[in-house]
Design a protein around this ligand. Structure first.
Ligand SMILES: [Ca+2]
Ligand SMILES: [Ca+2]
Length: 197
């Protein structure tokens, strides 16, 4: 029951506990209605509200790719139903199709162009729970964070790296990141760190 005292015009809050399940089934919703008003009060059209329970980004991606089979062993994080080099979780990181063979050219790669080291990778635009960071090292022991790409507010450039290209492709975005120091200045290494929050 929600009670407003006389003269009270403040907003009131209803807490509804939602028990999580582990079943992937797409978004779910339910309706909350205010009824049985007592005292001298009335309800306007805001008496009804629809609450939508969303899947996590990973569950949503699985639902898009596997549909009714989203809860099957083939859709497990470490499964590899298409027999390529990537588990489903890695396909999620890589914005590739978990149901068709992913070729090497679709994977992150490091190359050498006009005297500079560069990295190319594809990030998953649906994966708002992931952060991709290109890291640079001089000795393969100490790694410095370079360009970073969260779902919003990315930091394209860093003291070590600069973003050289961004190309949308389906639900992914190909990103090119280059080293700021020419390779002639000394040994440099690059790697891609992907963190799920
Ligand atoms: Ca696979
Ligand atoms: Ca694949």
């Amino acid at each position: 029951m929600i009670v407003w005292d006389e003269g009270d015009t403040s907003d009131k809050t209803i807490v509804i506990a939602i028990a999580a399940d582990s079943v992937i089934e797409g978004n779910e919703s339910f309706l909350v209605s205010l009824t049985n008003v007592g005292g001298v009060a009335g309800l306007d059209r805001s008496a009804n509200a629809t609450v939508i329970i969303q899947e996590t980004p990973l569950e949503r991606w699985k639902y898009l790719n596997f549909g009714d089979l989203s809860n099957s062993p083939a859709a497990a994080d470490d499964a590899n139903p298409d027999g390529d080099e990537l588990t489903n979780m890695e396909e999620y990181f890589n914005a590739s199709d978990p149901k068709s063979f992913t070729v090497r050219s679709e994977l992150p790669s490091v190359s050498y162009f006009k005297g500079y080291l560069g990295m190319s990778f594809r990030r998953n635009l649906l994966a708002t729970d992931l952060t991709y960071t290109v890291q640079v090292s001089d000795d393969l022991e100490t790694w410095r964070d370079g360009s970073t790409f969260p779902g919003s507010d990315p930091s394209f450039d860093s003291p070590d790296t600069v973003t050289t290209s961004r190309i949308l492709e389906g639900s992914g975005e190909w990103i090119g990141v280059g080293d700021r120091e020419p390779s002639s200045a000394g040994r440099h290494f690059m790697r891609l760190k992907t963190v799920r929050h």
